[in-house]
Ligand binder design. Structure first.
Ligand code: AMP
Length: 135
């Protein structure tokens, strides 16, 4: 059966993940409040695009079908929005696997113990890579 993936926030990272998931055969829904963001979705993306605020319950429930998805990838540009969405996806909708992006590593403690949540920190990854190259 196809895996259902919802991507919340279609910036450069979200769009790239969406294209990847789509190319590996997942059923993908991407949500962004700005429809222009969908211009970032390049071939082979073949999923659904939802224009709306990901923090809006009706968008999440009736357009993104969050309660039936297997995986949520949370990549809006705001750590606070991402934190809120991670809590919703885990606590309210029981999404099995939730990958959330934070710029600030201090957010780690705020998702500790949340079922299914894995946090990634692009800033920290870039920092470690650069420092590694510089030393
Ligand atoms: P970036 O900051 O470039 O990583 O992009 C983040 C993306 O998330 C942008 O395309 C924003 O329009 C989108 N975004 C930010 N807040 C929300 C929100 N509450 N709901 C849906 N999309 C959002």
């Amino acid at each position: 059966m196809k895996k259902k993936v919802v991507i919340l926030g279609c910036g450069r990272l979200g769009a790239s993940v969406a294209a990847y998931c789509s190319s590996r055969g997942d059923s993908v829904i991407v949500v962004d409040s700005n429809p222009v963001a969908f211009d970032r979705l390049e071939e082979p993306f073949s999923g659904f695009k939802v224009t709306g605020d990901a923090t809006d319950f009706s968008v999440l429930e009736r357009e993104a079908f969050i309660a039936t998805c297997d995986e949520a990838v949370i990549t809006t540009g705001s750590d606070n929005v991402n934190l809120f969405l991670a809590h919703l996806c885990s606590g309210i909708y029981g999404v099995e696997r939730i990958i959330v992006r934070f710029d600030d590593p201090a957010y780690e403690t705020l998702v500790e113990g949340l079922r299914g949540v894995e946090a990634v920190y692009p800033f920290q990854l870039s920092y470690q890579e650069i420092v590694g190259k510089a030393s």
